[in-house]
Design a protein around this ligand. Structure first.
Ligand code: PMP
Length: 410
């Protein structure tokens, strides 16, 4: 296990003078905190003896029923028995990897992909292989090729991990046609799909796409989470899995933590019972729309020639690529001097790629801070461009090799 680049950045990015376009923290200040306080109090006074007791490793049955109701907004039909509550969807990733992956097994992911999924797969010694993406999502010819080559080499591919909606970090959404093609390719190769969808309901424009799960026949494990639509602090996520897999996940969860936090589940239960939570999601969406538009607008007007970036229809992230010869990781200390932070692209690949790219998140700073952050970022990029134009690319990039540590930040 190694600390992720995102973690190394947190200490710097949280300094007050820095505009952080780095962290992916939801803006929980938009929640009605006083009402939530009353709700927590009611859980203790009215249901305390149950809420403060052990529970099950599969999760509270009432909450699982509510999760099924929540998932109908994504077009998913499921019954409570299909659901296992997890400590955020992160725990589902851990449990799935624990259950399926033996050292050396191949796990396929999009390139780039969610940094902590990479770390989890790596912790279980998976052989992580990336499959490229374009603006419609994963390249299915490349996926097909990777699966064919693995079969020819007699290698086991345990699953294909994908984030089809507003992908972290690329901000890309898989098109409906591409989803059908992913299903076809994985079915033909008899490979399990892990569909990670924590951002699905945070859509700011465009049409909702059908989930892979709803097109599957027992070959998709679906992961959901309330971290972005309610609160990451409550740590409520879930997996929807075929029964044989689910039974193993419950056993793995039991050995990891015996029982979930009954208390947190009761809080969420009551929230979903008594709060206009669909309205709350709309509130989040209009706030995040404004922030996304602020970031895209600022990038459009300020970024130097040669930079490109994605235009997400939802979620939290934009993926930006720098002009040739500029290294996002080497540039980070300069960016911090300009009082702005981002996550360099290398953290989102298992193989050292991504030096020319960065993830910019728009969820936490205000629109004004975002515009100021981009102004500062552009100052840093222009400084690197000057250096490159004066001394050539070798001088502009100060770290070498894909395994170079995160630079010591001032
Ligand atoms: N998957 C993806 C793609 C994410 O971006 C995150 C959080 N950043 C998670 C899973 C984990 O979320 P949580 O455990 O809070 O549900």
């Amino acid at each position: 296990m190694v600390a992720s680049e995102v973690r190394a950045l947190f200490a710097v990015a949280s300094r007050p003078e820095i505009v952080s376009l780095a962290g992916g923290m939801p803006n929980v200040a938009a929640l009605p905190l006083d009402q939530l306080g009353d709700l927590v109090k009611d859980v203790v006074s009215e249901e305390g003896t149950a809420a403060l007791q052990y529970g099950s490793a599969q999760g509270d049955p009432v909450l699982r029923e509510q999760i099924c109701d929540y998932m109908t907004l994504e077009g998913i039909q499921a019954v409570p028995d299909d659901v296992i509550v997890t400590v955020g969807s992160q725990q589902a990733l851990d449990l799935i990897t624990r259950v399926f992956v033996d050292p050396g097994d191949i796990v396929l992911t999009e390139a780039p992909t969610y940094v902590t999924a990479i770390n989890t797969f790596a912790a279980f010694q998976a052989d992580i292989r990336h499959v490229g993406m374009d603006d419609e999502g994963v390249d299915t010819d490349e996926l097909d090729h990777a699966l064919t080559e693995a079969a020819k080499a007699g290698r086991t591919v345990k699953f294909f991990y994908t984030i089809p909606n507003f992908q972290n970090p690329a901000g890309i959404t898989m098109s409906a046609e591409r989803r059908e093609r992913v299903m076809e390719v994985c079915r033909r190769h008899d490979v399990l799909i892990v569909e990670d969808n924590p951002y699905g309901l945070l859509r700011y424009d465009g049409e909702q796409k059908p989930t892979l799960y709803s097109q599957g026949d027992g070959n998709v494990i679906y992961l959901g989470s309330l971290s972005k639509t309610l609160s990451p602090g409550l740590r409520i996520g879930w997996a929807l899995a075929p029964s044989a897999v689910r039974a193993k996940l419950v056993l793995a969860a039991e050995s990891a933590m015996l029982s979930h936090s009954t208390f947190n589940q009761f809080v969420v239960r009551r929230y979903l019972e008594t709060f206009p939570w669909r309205e709350q999601i709309k509130t989040f969406n209009s706030m995040y729309t404004e922030r996304r538009d602020a970031l895209l607008g600022a990038l459009n007007t300020m970024m130097p020639v040669g930079c490109t970036w994605t235009r997400p229809e939802g979620g939290f992230f934009v993926w930006a690529t720098l002009p040739e010869g500029i290294d996002a990781k080497a540039m980070l200390p300069r960016a911090v001097n300009h009082r702005v932070a981002y996550v360099p692209g290398t953290g989102f690949f298992a193989d050292g790629r991504g030096r020319d790219s960065m993830r910019l998140s728009f969820c936490y700073p205000t629109p004004e801070q975002i515009r100021e952050g981009v102004r500062r970022l552009v100052g840093a990029i222009e400084g690197e461009i000057d250096l490159r134009d004066t001394f050539g690319p070798a001088m502009a990039t100060t770290t070498e090799g894909s395994q170079a540590p995160t630079p010591d930040l001032p």
